[in-house]
Design a protein around this ligand. Structure first.
Ligand SMILES: [Zn+2]
Length: 394
């Protein structure tokens, strides 16, 4: 594999064993998730370099990625805007609210960042088949990147996955299995059906998905002129986004490009909140959630693969966790569209609703800068948002 100068290898987050870039999954010694490490002394970047060349998307940050941009499987993901949200700023009664609009990625989700890096690794290792189980957005993103890399792809999605996700996964080609039930049923079916030689690109199985997500932190810092926000509110399911964003900010601090890491907030739906509940109870690892019930399918992750790492990320940043009702998530996504002109999916509405709840509880200082992470385009859940509107009699 062709790796970057500063890339040092993959470390097991549980036992500390080290591996090179070719290790395809979790730690062969203990089963823990692997994480890319770097020799930060060998990273030759400054604020100017990290702010330049936005048209190259997240691969402009390749000095801090495992693979060089020349090897990237990319459709120019990343480089999404920070959009000012003046009405949210007034309503939350804080100094500034900005939306990091990652719904503008190629398939409309933050997941594209991770799949670009993970597919780059897969292509470099000459994988012939890749697979993932997903509530829906992940299958679509995998299909896009695997199709571009001309690698066969096999996704497992629950029947309740949205029409949009299933349709676009089909359009990108490949093999999609629709499994009756919910996301855990798709995970189970994948475990039974995956064939020898298929490379598993599940989050925290491949080491590279949260690695792509970390570029969000670089873009937020650069977009705010290297002023670290007071809080970043992250819709949280598997933990991939939260862990990625925390790593990115921690790296910037190691490189002395920012002074501190922001407070991270994990926002989950009340109907499936294993990470928020574990945080409230002071646990080191979430307990699997039984009887999940939320309209936010992307966040209906009962047994999050990155749960333990997500709780560590919250602890490292003096963070917070919040659980919100589905109706509040839908109302927040509706408000973003109606009053700010920002299209936000229902799953991302969980972050906005979470920020509202924390503001009501007095968690933000009056001059705080709060970043809401919009992880999903509004068009992904247009049916849900329209139904919500009709439920209000509009
Ligand atoms: Zn290990």
């Amino acid at each position: 594999m062709n790796t970057t100068e500063a890339f040092a290898g993959l470390d097991c987050t549980d036992c500390g064993a080290t591996f090179d870039a070719t290790e395809p999954g979790r730690c062969p010694d203990c089963g823990g998730p692997l994480d890319a490490t770097y020799d930060y002394d060998a990273v030759d970047v400054d604020r100017e370099a990290l702010s330049a060349r936005p048209h190259e998307g997240l691969w402009r940050f390749d000095a801090l990625l495992p693979f060089p941009a020349s090897e990237a499987v990319s459709t120019a993901e990343g480089a999404t805007p920070l959009v000012e949200a003046p009405r949210f700023t007034d309503e939350l009664d804080v100094g500034r609210v900005v939306v990091k609009d990652d719904g503008r990625n190629p398939t409309g989700t933050t997941l594209d960042r991770g799949f670009s890096v993970a597919m780059t690794a897969a292509a470099q290792s000459n994988a012939e088949d890749v697979t993932v189980a997903s509530p829906g957005n992940g299958a679509q993103s995998l299909a896009a990147y695997a199709g571009r890399a001309n690698v066969r792809h096999h996704s497992f999605v629950p029947s309740r996955s949205t029409f949009h996700n299933k349709a676009m996964t089909n359009v990108h080609g490949g093999d999609m299995r629709v499994v009756g039930g919910r996301y855990p049923d798709a995970v189970e079916e994948k475990a039974e059906d995956v064939l020898d030689g298929w490379l598993d690109l599940q989050e925290f199985t491949t080491p590279y998905r949260h690695e792509g997500v970390k570029t969000l932190a670089y873009e937020i810092a650069a977009g705010l002129d290297w002023e670290v926000p007071d809080a970043v509110v992250v819709p949280t399911g598997t933990g991939e986004f939260l862990v990625g964003v925390e790593k990115g900010f921690r790296e910037l601090r190691s490189l002395e490009l920012v002074d501190e890491v922001p407070r991270l907030v994990a926002a989950q739906p009340e109907g499936c909140a294993p990470i928020a509940t574990a945080w409230e109870r002071g646990l080191d690892a979430p307990e699997p959630w039984s009887g999940p019930d939320t309209i936010c399918g992307e966040l209906e992750i009962t047994d999050p693969a990155g749960g333990e790492l997500a709780l560590q990320a919250l602890a490292e940043t003096d963070g917070a966790a919040v659980a919100v009702a589905d109706d509040d998530a839908l109302e927040s996504a509706y408000s973003a569209a109606r009053y700010e002109g920002i299209e936000m999916g229902a799953n991302a509405g969980v972050a906005a609703a979470g920020a509202w709840k924390l503001a009501d509880e007095g968690e933000f200082a009056p001059d705080a800068t709060v970043v809401l992470l919009n992880t999903e385009a509004g068009g992904k859940s247009s049916d849900l948002l329209r139904s919500h509107l009709m439920g209000k009699g509009i």
